[in-house]
Design a binder for this molecule. Structure first.
Ligand code: SF4
Length: 420
């Protein structure tokens, strides 16, 4: 093995992979078997090889950064004048095993530029995973990117060796995709997603009848959308995410703030700040949809197309729906409790348990750990004192922001007007 050349390839192909944030490995339960290498179960790892701190303990690389496509937002696009490299299948296998043995990594996140054709690329990605599983007896986590346009047969095979599969939609709307990635067709993303979803169902139901049926993609599938490359509103992005969750049973949708990599009039100029706060607000909204029972249309709609940057989406929703408050903490149902700003799902559980034994007052609620600064404007409890109910939404927002210790406080426009 030419170590210098491998090192050079690793530098190029790990750097090119850093733009993909969809590398969480939670959800997989592949246990170590046959005294093999690694055990992806229960680690909840979400790390990578990159230097930007997003992930650190998966080997996160591209098989190659050669690509026949020219997506404007991508550093790997064919028209970009960069150093190109390609690993062989055996090189990726050897690197994974060597890094694993040295405890550098717990798994592999493997993506690729599209060389030759989607099927040729997908087939090579599968060969890596297959070799690791069958020849090296590797039971660590493997996340394979699905190549848009790959055939159903290959997608079906990929899930037999990978824990998670993901095909990145990248641009949330068809119009944006057409503008920035004219070589790609929306259906090239949809078809692999459909194929994976179908296989997950088939293998699951077969496993119920025949125990020896292999597990197919136990950590399911995910996708990623770039935020801020095109003019999509937060509503467009979250409606798209909602579609993928509902239609294809995605385990996760990831939101990745666009890092300007191209001098292109269709894109934000190089040097434009990465929209990290927007990314964070989208993740919070995603959380509300998946765990708090919100419908996306309650949070984003025709009259509210973008998320507030200075306050979180739950507080924003509550301030726009003051007619639904205050709620009685001793009587409200679980879903309504979860809608109170400052009360998370853990606290909801604690409130429901505690109120079986006594009526809860402010002291009890403080002891449970709810954020009083936020919640006190939206609840009543078994106490005489309560916050004045004649406050407007903007007054409540100002009061909360003044007393907030949140790291995002600085985002609040300091025109605090208590009498607004
Ligand atoms: S197909 Fe993928 S790797 Fe190739 S230019 Fe487009 S986004 Fe980049």
């Amino acid at each position: 093995m030419n170590y210098e050349r491998i090192k050079e390839k690793l530098e190029i192909l790990a750097d090119a992979a850093k733009y993909d944030v969809s590398c969480s490995s939670s959800g997989s339960k592949r246990a170590n078997k046959n005294k093999g290498l690694g055990d992806s179960s229960g680690m909840g790892i979400c790390h990578s090889y990159t230097e930007d701190g997003r992930c650190v303990s998966l080997l996160k690389i591209l098989l190659t950064n050669v690509c026949i496509f020219d997506c404007a937002y991508c550093v790997t696009r064919k028209s970009n004048d960069i150093k190109r490299a390609a690993f062989t299948v055996q090189e990726v296998v050897d690197l994974t095993i060597n890094f694993y043995r040295r405890n550098y990594i717990e798994g592999l996140f493997l993506s690729s530029g599209i060389f030759k054709s989607p099927d040729a690329t997908m087939e090579r990605l599968i060969r890596v995973a297959k070799k690791l599983r069958l020849e090296e007896n590797f039971n660590g986590y493997i996340h394979l990117k699905s190549i848009p346009g790959a055939s159903d047969e290959l997608m079906q095979e990929a899930g037999l060796y990978a824990d998670r599969l993901s095909v990145n939609i990248e641009i949330p709307t068809k119009a944006g995709l057409k503008l920035l990635a004219p070589d790609k067709d929306h259906k090239d993303f949809i078809q692999p997603m459909k194929a994976v979803q179908k296989s997950i169902h088939i293998y699951k139901s077969e496993k119920k009848l025949i125990k020896s049926t292999p597990i197919y993609a136990p950590a399911g599938q995910s996708t990623q959308m770039i935020v801020g490359a095109t003019g999509e509103s937060d509503r467009d992005i979250m409606y798209s995410a909602n579609f993928f969750y509902n239609k294809f049973e995605m385990k996760r949708v990831y939101y990745s703030g666009y890092i300007p990599v191209a001098d292109d009039s269709r894109l934000p100029a190089i040097g434009t700040e990465v929209p990290m706060m927007r990314e964070n607000r989208l993740y919070q909204t995603d959380w509300l949809l998946r765990f708090y029972g919100f419908d996306v249309r309650e949070i984003l709609n025709d009259t509210h197309q973008n998320l507030d940057m200075d306050i979180d989406p739950k507080l924003s929703w509550a301030l726009r729906n003051l007619d639904q408050f205050p709620i009685d903490i001793n009587r409200a149902d679980k879903l309504m409790l979860a809608r109170v700003p400052g009360i998370g799902m853990k606290s909801v559980g604690k409130i429901l348990s505690a109120r079986r034994f006594r009526k809860l007052n402010w002291e009890h609620l403080k002891a449970i750990g709810i954020s009083m600064n936020r919640s006190k404007y939206f609840i009543i409890c078994d106490s005489k004192e309560f916050e004045s109910r004649d406050l407007t939404g903007s007054k409540i927002k100002n009061l909360i922001m003044i007393n907030s210790t949140s790291k995002y406080h600085k985002n609040f426009n300091n025109q605090l007007n208590l009498f607004a």
